[in-house]
Design a protein around this ligand. Structure first.
Ligand SMILES: [Zn+2]
Length: 138
């Protein structure tokens, strides 16, 4: 039971300290640094528990594996999706304010924002590859 609680806390720490929502295998890899004996099945079990207790939430975009992040008071945060590596990141700055239009036939209660682009790692890799091919053609 104590081991269970510690594992759960370790998983929560991994999810909380990440700058982006994580897939279960990513959570597993990061938590294994602290708990080498941790099993992937145990990670899935804790994820279910953490979802039940509403400590984490699933981020589920079409064509993407479900990722998990900590539920915070701001509700769902905007995400950045890299078109190349498909990783999902949290928007690291305050979300720009969105003014809802007043509609006759619909009451808007919320919204979800996804920004697409390329992450720094992919931009840098593209630049490296470009400079390699420049050198090769000389
Ligand atoms: Zn990327």
């Amino acid at each position: 039971m104590i081991r269970n609680t510690r594992q759960r806390e370790a998983l929560m720490r991994v999810i909380r300290e990440s700058s982006r929502p994580l897939t279960p295998p990513e959570i597993y890899e990061l938590a294994r640094v602290h708990y080498p004996k941790l099993g992937l099945r145990t990670v899935y079990r804790h994820i279910r528990d953490l979802l039940d207790s509403r400590e984490i939430m699933g981020i589920d975009y079409p064509g993407q594996p479900v990722r998990y992040e900590v539920v915070d008071s701001r509700g769902s945060r905007p995400h950045l999706i890299c078109r190349e590596c498909r990783k999902v990141f949290d928007l690291p700055v305050e979300e720009p304010a969105i003014v809802y239009p007043k509609l006759q036939n619909f009451v808007i209660e919320g919204h979800e924002v996804i920004y697409f682009g390329r992450c720094r790692a992919c931009v840098e890799r593209a630049q490296r590859e470009a400079s390699v091919s420049d050198n090769a053609s000389m």
